[in-house]
Design a protein around this ligand. Structure first.
Ligand code: DP6
Length: 325
C-alpha cells in the first residue's frame, strides 16, 4: 500500500515550565510541566515511507534541513512496525519557525502521529506522547488539546514520562495573545541552553527541587478555573525559569527591549483591572494569557509597543490528529 500519512498538531505554551533533562539520550525532562495547546499555531506534516529513498529527508517550510532528531522518531516507528524504508518528511508551520513559538512542540507531535499512521501501526495517545517526547520534550504535550501535563516520571527507560490531558479547552476557554518581537530564529536552542543551565547555574538544583510544589498548585488552580492564581503561578514559573537562564554561564538572555516593555504593559493592564498575565519561553516573544473577551484589548495594547512586529491571538486548540492517509 501507500505508506503516506499527514497529521496536524498545534503548538503549546507551558504555564509551569520545564528546563533540563533527567536523561539526555532518552530526552526525559528533569521536571514535570503543564501547558495549554494553541489553536492558532500549528504544524502540518506529511510522512512518506518510500522504496525510492536512500536516506531520510526533512523539508521544513519548503527547504531541505538536516534530519537531526527526526531520524530518532522515524527509527522508533520503523522498529515497532518492522519497516526498513526511508522516509520523506514534509513539514509546514503557519508561524515563524524556531523563534520561541514552540515549533519543535507542534513539529514533533505532528511527526509522531504522521509517522505512526504512515507505517500502519496503532499507537495510544500516551504512546504517541512518549514518541513525540523523544524528538522534543514539549512535543509530548502537543499530542493533547486544551490543558496538558507532562510527567517527568522516574523509570530509567523514560516510559513513564508522558503527557496526559488535565482539562478540555472547552471546559475553561482562555485566550493567548502572542506578541512577536523578533521573527528571526533564536540564537541558542532550548536543548543547548538547558544543558548549559544545568551545568552552570547555581540556582538550577533549587529550581528543580521547587518544581513539584509549583506543579501541584498549578494543576489545582486550572481544575478550579482560577485565572488569578493560574496567572500568578505562570508568571512566577516564567520568571523563575528566566532567573536560571540569566545565571547560566555564559548567560542566556532571551529577552529584548520589546519583551520587557511587554511585561510592563501586561502589569499596567492588570493594575487597570484587566486579568491578564505574561509568560515567555526560550525566545523574545511574549505570550499574554487572558479571558477571550479581553483578547482584543490585550492585543491592541501589545501591538502599540515599539518593536512588536505582530500579534497573534489564539484560543485553546485541539489534540494532534491524522488529517489524511
Ligand atoms: C522554555 O521541549 O523545546 O519552552 O526537549 O530539548 O527539544 P527539547 O526542549 P524543548 O524545551 C521547552 C522549554 C520551554 C519550557 C516548556 O515548554 O516547558
Amino acid at each position: 500500500g501507500d505508506l503516506t500519512a499527514r497529521a496536524r498538531a498545534h503548538s503549546n505554551i507551558a504555564l509551569a515550565k520545564y528546563w533540563g533533562k533527567r536523561d539526555a539520550t532518552l530526552n526525559v525532562p528533569a521536571v514535570g510541566s503543564i501547558s495549554i495547546t494553541l489553536d492558532a499555531l500549528h504544524t502540518d506534516t506529511t510522512v512518506s515511507f518510500d522504496t525510492g529513498l536512500a536516506d531520510d529527508e526533512l523539508w521544513l517550510d519548503g527547504r531541505e534541513q538536516p534530519v537531526g532528531k527526526v531520524a530518532v522518531v522515524l527509527d522508533l516507528v520503523r522498529e515497532r512496525a518492522g519497516l526498513d524504508l526511508r522516509a520523506r518528511v514534509v513539514s509546514e508551520n503557519n508561524f515563524p519557525t524556531g523563534a520561541g513559538l514552540a515549533s519543535s512542540a507542534s513539529g514533533f507531535a505532528a511527526l509522531a502521529v504522521a509517522a505512526t499512521a504512515a507505517a500502519g501501526i496503532e499507537a495510544t495517545p500516551r504512546e504517541s506522547s512518549v514518541l513525540a517526547r523523544r524528538g522534543s520534550a514539549s512535543a509530548a504535550r502537543s499530542i493533547f488539546g486544551g490543558y496538558a501535563e507532562l510527567h517527568a516520571g522516574s523509570s530509567p527507560d523514560g516510559s513513564d514520562s508522558f503527557a496526559e490531558p488535565l482539562l478540555e479547552g472547552e471546559a475553561w476557554p482562555l485566550s493567548v495573545v502572542v506578541a512577536i518581537t523578533d521573527p528571526g530564529p533564536k540564537t541558542v536552542s532550548s536543548t543547548a541552553g538547558m544543558q548549559a543551565t544545568s551545568a552552570s547555574s547555581p540556582f538550577y538544583r533549587p529550581w528543580v527541587e521547587s518544581a513539584p510544589a509549583g506543579l501541584d498548585r498549578m494543576r489545582a488552580a486550572i481544575l478550579a478555573h482560577d485565572l488569578e492564581t493560574v496567572g500568578e503561578l505562570a508568571e512566577h514559573s516564567c520568571l523563575a525559569l528566566h532567573s536560571i537562564m540569566l545565571t547560566t554561564r555564559p548567560a542566556l538572555i532571551y529577552w529584548n527591549a520589546a519583551t520587557v516593555a511587554g511585561i510592563h504593559a501586561v502589569r499596567a493592564l492588570r493594575a487597570g483591572g484587566l486579568p491578564v498575565y505574561f509568560t515567555i519561553d526560550a525566545g523574545p516573544q511574549l505570550k499574554a494569557l487572558c479571558r477571550p473577551e479581553d483578547a482584543a484589548a490585550v492585543s491592541a495594547a501589545l501591538a502599540a509597543i515599539p518593536g512588536v512586529a505582530e500579534t497573534r491571538t489564539s484560543t485553546l486548540g485541539p489534540a494532534a490528529r491524522v488529517v489524511s492517509k
